[in-house]
Design a protein around this ligand. Structure first.
Ligand SMILES: Nc1ncnc2c1ncn2[C@@H]1O[C@H](COP(=O)(O)OP(=O)(O)OP(=O)(O)O)[C@@H](O)[C@H]1O
Length: 254
């Protein structure tokens, strides 16, 4: 199977902190790929380097055959990105923001209008299409960010925590959009902390800890007869007995 994203030897340090430490990852084309790891594992830093938002100290990132850092225009044209915590132009309404992003991506105006309508409807934002993004809730902001990532019909979607703060109905809507997208030949890379979600949605998964990939492959192989949650805890080292700490929190101790 061809590779949609290939990360090789990626390294990024912030001061003395090595956030990503020689990370290698291959995402097969057409897969729905989940990136999981504990807080601070390096997921956002990795996805930022893979999408051209953060320059690596070392290593290479390639998407659909284009090097992200030596051929950024070609690489970025193929990708739709939902970054974590990057500010949107929030003095625009949802519809205006989609139109702006569509124009930046050189989508024909008639297509921008019809795609925006479809996306706003599919993500449950139609009633708030003309509300300023600044006035959106956290979940609505996530959804308009996802719509922006999709409006130019990219072949690869890179989504940092796409389900964070999203309600269950919208979550189901996003899941069905992503499933259909991969059925039609697209590739999705998403990060998440929710193992059940990754297990039920993704066909491939990588577990990242301390800036490295601990294991990567088909979800069934990685969980190896167990649940992904159990396997994740084994891999990243759940500290049994932690519940004995914080004794002062017991209401009876005061
Ligand atoms: N701009 C920055 N400056 C300094 N340190 C940073 C910066 N960005 C990330 N880090 C550090 O790099 C490490 C990896 O952070 P990163 O955000 O990539 O992790 P993550 O896996 O996405 O975590 P989470 O699941 O909590 O979102 C952390 O120790 C974090 O404190």
């Amino acid at each position: 199977m061809p590779t949609a994203m290939r990360l090789t030897g990626l390294v990024k340090s912030f001061g003395v902190k090595r956030a990503v430490d020689g990370l290698d990852l291959q995402v097969p084309a057409g897969s729905l790929f989940g990136l999981v790891g504990p807080n601070g594992a390096g997921k956002t830093t990795t996805l930022s380097m893979a999408t051209g938002l953060l320059r690596p100290d070392a290593g290479t990132a390639e998407v659909l055959g284009h090097d992200v850092w030596t051929d950024p225009a070609a690489a970025k044209a193929t990708m739709g990105v939902l970054p974590d915590g990057v500010r949107l132009f929030d003095r625009l309404s949802g519809r205006e923001l989609l139109s702006y992003v569509g124009r930046l991506r050189r989508v024909p105006p008639a297509d921008i209008a019809s795609r925006s309508g479809d996306l706003l409807e599919a993500l449950g934002l139609a009633a708030d299409a003309d509300t300023l993004v600044a006035d959106y809730s956290a979940g609505m902001t996530k959804k308009i960010g996802l719509a922006c990532a999709l409006v130019h019909a990219p072949r690869l979607l890179v989504l940092d925590e796409p389900f964070e703060a999203v309600d269950p109905v919208s979550g189901e809507g996003i899941r069905s959009i992503l499933r259909r997208y991969t059925r039609d030949g697209g590739t999705v890379v998403l990060s998440s902390h929710v193992m059940e979600l990754v297990e039920s949605l993704c066909d491939q998964v990588a577990v990242v800890a301390q800036g490295r990939v601990l294991v990567s492959g088909p979800v069934d192989e990685v969980r190896a007869g167990s649940t992904l949650q159990q396997r994740f805890l084994e891999l990243v080292g759940f500290r049994a007995g932690d519940e004995e700490g914080l004794a002062w929190l017991r209401s009876s101790s005061g």
